[in-house]
Design a protein around this ligand. Structure first.
Ligand code: G3H
Ligand code: 13P
Ligand code: ZN
Length: 315
């Protein structure tokens, strides 16, 4: 069942976070639905602009509609990840997406507000919810001066003004994470001090954490042992998700970790069976491994076991 994030976030607030997982193809879609049912979790299926053009946006929609038929127990939102204004309108008008992210965080404050507000007006008119971003995600190198690193983080006072003036439904905050497999070069980590201030200014308002893959070292080692070259890869400690959710984070975005599962499975499979050239055997291993990965991640997020309650609330 496709839902907006409203009730998911209301139920999760202060207690757990809903996993938001990026999808590009059939195998990921199957693994995603299986893993969330395995762990009895509601979830957010996110589609990036790149994913929409990888095969075809209609192909992805078809996969998701089919998965919804095959797994009728599932409760999930269909969300555009890091949309520009034009893509947001395309998704809103499609009638398929229940949630969009407008990412104008690279613009100045006033322009970010103006673009975001236009998207919110269009989305709300069609019952679609909107996430927007304030602050700049990005790898913070250890040698970068504290003031320079801090300048990229979400300003808690601006956050309140941004939410009030745009009417968004959730806010993506920059609190020290970055996208990809190389998040921290040293001992940096999540900036809970900044998150605390944002929550103080926006009590009860759903916050979103991007760049939240954990980049498990065991996974990186297996990839490298099977011929990969991921040197210095590092992610967010999944044990910190609980604290983040207590501070108002209701959506945690994870893409890179799923890509690592794909890479590990395929590298190991063809290393062990160099004579093999069939796509289905590694595809089957991947679907199971991806489902197990999602189920395990949902335990860290606290969303595992919440499905029945959510179904009751949704009626
Ligand atoms: O935040 C970005 C997501 O990981 C999606 O990545 O744009 O390569 O699909 P992508
Ligand atoms: P990761 O690269 O840490 O998986 O983050 C994904 C993300 O934020 C998608 O919007
Ligand atoms: Zn992101």
């Amino acid at each position: 069942m496709i839902v907006t994030t409203t009730k998911l976030f209301q139920t999760a607030y202060g207690k757990f976070a809903v996993g938001a997982y990026n999808i590009n193809n059939l195998e990921q879609t199957m693994g995603l639905f299986r893993g969330n049912l395995q762990s009895q979790a509601p979830f957010i299926l996110q589609i990036s602009k790149g994913a929409r053009s990888y095969t075809h946006k209609t192909m992805l929609e078809g996969l998701i509609r089919s998965a919804d038929d095959i797994f009728p127990e599932s409760v999930f939102a269909v969300h555009l990840d890091h949309g520009d204004e034009e893509t947001c309108y395309d998704c809103i008008n499609s009638g398929f997406y229940s949630s969009v992210m407008i990412d104008a965080s690279h613009e100045d404050f006033e322009t970010n507000i103006a673009i975001t507000k236009r998207v919110v007006d269009a989305a709300h008119a069609k019952g679609v919810v909107v996430e927007a971003e304030l602050g700049m995600l990005g790898g913070v190198e250890e040698h970068v001066a504290v003031e320079e690193a801090d300048a990229k983080l979400t300003d808690p006072d601006q956050a309140l003004e941004f939410v009030e003036r745009t009417g968004i439904d959730s806010l993506a905050c920059a609190i020290g994470t970055s996208h990809g497999a190389f998040k921290f070069s040293g001992t940096q980590g999540l900036r809970f001090d900044v998150l605390e201030e944002i929550q103080k200014n926006l009590p009860g308002f759903p916050l979103v954490m991007h760049g939240s893959s954990s980049v498990p070292q065991e996974e990186v080692k297996r990839i490298n042992d099977a011929g990969g070259k991921l040197l210095g890869a590092k992610g967010v400690d999944a044990d910190q998700f609980k604290r983040a959710s207590e501070l108002g984070v209701t959506k945690i975005n994870i893409d890179t970790d799923g890509r690592l599962v794909w890479t590990r499975v395929h590298r190991e499979f063809f290393n062990e069976k160099p004579e093999n050239f069939d796509l289905r055997p590694p595809g089957k291993v991947f679907m199971t491994a991806y489902a197990d990965f999602i189920a395990a991640k949902n335990v860290y997020l606290g969303s595992a076991g919440q499905l029945e309650k959510i179904r009751e609330i949704l009626g």
